[in-house]
Each structure stands twice: as C-alpha cells, then as structure tokens.
Design a protein around this ligand. Structure first.
Ligand code: PGA
Length: 246
C-alpha cells in the first residue's frame, strides 16, 4: 500500500509573519498519517527549515535550475536547495511552462538535476482546456511524462508525478474523481512500461483540491495524494486535506 502524500504549493505567497502563523497552525494540527510537505518561495526556505525540523513535515521548493552551477543569473540550483534541507522540488508546474516557456526537455533536465542532489522532483503534467476539448489530454500528458522517462531512464521511479489539469488550477473547477483517475491510470500504465517499480510511485492530483473534495479524489485507486495551491495557505483547510489523505 502506497502511503499518501500531500504537498502544499505556496506559489508566490507569504511573508515572515504570515509564514510563521501558517507553519505554526499546520504543526498544531499534527500528527498526520499521510506524508506532508510544503513547497515555499526560495527566500523562506531557511525559516521553514527552522520551523519544521523535528515536526515530521517535509519542505521543498517550487523550481530549480537544470544546471549544476554557473553564470545563470536569478537561478537556484538543486544543490542549494539540498543545503536547506529540502526533500522535494516541484518541476514543470504549468505556471512555469506557460509563463516562463519551459518545455518538456527542460522540465526533464530539471528533474535530473534534482535527482542528482538526492531531492525528489514533483514532476507536473497536465493539459489545457483547449487540449482537453480537442480530445488531446492523453497525448499531452503522455508526451510530457515521456520526456522525463527518456531522460531519467531507470531512475524514473524516484520521482513523484503530479497530474494537474491546467483548467482546474486556481479556478475552483476540479476534475471529477473519475476524470482524474482516468488520467492517473494512463500515467501509471506508461510508468509501468518504464520501470518495475511503478506500483510504488506516488501520483498526485492537483487543481482546486479543497477539504470538501479531497476525500473523493484520494479514494481513487491511482491517486496517491495531492498537490495543493490555494488551500495550502490556510492551516485548518490544509490540515483537513492532509487528514483526508488518511
Ligand atoms: P490550486 O493550485 O490548488 O490553487 O488550484 C494547485 C497547483 O497549481 O499546484
């Protein structure tokens, strides 16, 4: 049985004061039977590490460079994230793909850079509304995952995959549990062809996960938890989602 995982994606939200309140609030809601992590903006990694150490909640970042080091102004390497005790790093979030032009190969290279530093990449895949309506959902997510499989090869089992339909992110419009499960099953089959450990891999659903829909989503056979944006900024709501995961 796979242990469920809930990852909060704070995106570009937070302040010293708000973070302290939020982290204290989440800590107060423990223990959780699911594994729980928060992915915070880079400048807040240090205080997050201090707040969460010894509290059984992991932390991570929302992106990393594909390069190990060098003249890449503004970028942050996976090695730097490792120095701050990160366990996870989100790569290929649709907001990075859409606003920063990240393509499938760059996302795969970032996943490799993360693995090289013993971080767990949370690799996001997902179709836009236009792609869904054109019947391209399966082809799009398979293409996105395929680039990562091709690059990571035998190490692919070490990643977490997050299916996040772009039309469900921040919109309040969640995929139905059945819609999400259908894509998760497809991704699991694709992983099965690439690794003998596909049954051990965690596949998260993301896109308007809330306390009131989390349970039904997480009850699906191939949904192993969630990647949670907006609802991860409220301690009680996030904790309720973590509890819905088991
Ligand atoms: P949302 O974001 O929960 O606010 O829809 C999810 C995500 O983008 O990771």
């Amino acid at each position: 049985m796979r242990r469920k995982l809930v990852v909060g994606n704070w995106k570009m939200h937070g302040s010293h004061k708000a973070n302290a309140e939020l982290l204290d609030g989440i800590i107060a809601e423990r223990p959780f039977s699911a594994e729980v992590a928060v992915c915070v903006p880079f400048p807040y990694l240090s205080e997050t590490a201090v707040a969460l150490t010894n509290h059984d909640i992991a932390w991570g970042a929302q992106d990393c460079s594909a390069h190990a080091q060098g003249a890449y102004t503004g970028e942050v390497s996976a090695a730097m994230l490792a120095e701050f005790g990160c366990r996870y790093v989100i790569v290929g979030h649709s907001e990075r793909r859409a606003y920063h032009g990240e393509n499938d190969q760059l996302v795969a290279d970032k996943a490799q850079a993360a693995l090289d530093q013993h971080l767990v990449p949370v690799v996001c895949v997902g179709e836009t509304l236009a792609e869904r309506e054109a019947g391209q959902t399966d082809a799009v997510v398979k293409r996105q995952l395929s680039a990562v499989i091709h690059t990571l090869k035998a190490c692919i089992w070490q990643v977490v995959v997050a299916y996040e339909p772009v039309w469900a992110i921040g919109t309040g419009r969640t995929a139905t549990p059945e819609q999400a499960q259908a894509v998760h099953a497809l991704l699991r089959t694709q992983l099965h062809a690439a690794t003998t450990k596909s049954d051990e891999m965690k596949l998260l659903y993301g896109g308007s996960v809330k306390a009131d829909n989390a349970h039904a989503l997480f009850a699906q056979a191939d949904i192993d938890g969630g990647l949670v944006g907006g609802a991860s900024l409220k301690a009680a709501e996030f904790a309720a989602i973590c509890r819905a995961a088991g």
